[in-house]
Ligand binder design. Sequence first.
Ligand code: HEC
Length: 137
Amino acid sequence: MKRAPLLLGVVAWLLAGAGTADEPARESRGGGLSGEQAFLACRPCHSLAPGAAHRVGPNLHGLMGAPAATRTGYRYSGALREAGLTWNEATLTAWILQAERMVPGTWMVYHNHLTHDEVQRLVRYIADRAGAPAGGD
Ligand code: HEC
């Protein structure tokens, strides 16, 4: 039911230059953090290793292509369970930039300080490590 308006909102927001109204991204000109370094901002709450325990947030292994809020053994907010999201590069980018705007009521408390380039590298890093079948790492 809520899926179409939510996705339209996300698309409109991405087209409008996600996040720039609140806090302009720093210039990075090809410098800045690698995806692996950027993931340090997520690691206190998330692991990417196959089979590793959930932390404050769920293990993110195998995330890409999966519907939101479906990691087994993790208890999610009703807001994320009902959001009707599937994780891909666009939705993950929007989530990192402003999870609370994308899914009001989510339990993920994270305020992004990465540049847009760093977020893109982080999303690729997660996609490379979180879309593969178990057994990598
Ligand atoms: C302070 C802890 C914390 C930090 C830091 C954090 N997260 Fe989260 N994350 C959470 C929690 C808690 C949830 C569950 C949200 C809910 O149920 O509403 C979550 C959920 C998620 C989900 C949804 C997973 C699913 O199964 O649908 C993704 C994707 C995610 N986080 C990515 C990230 C990324 C990428 C970063 C770093 C840029 C990050 N998170 C930083 C706590 C955190």
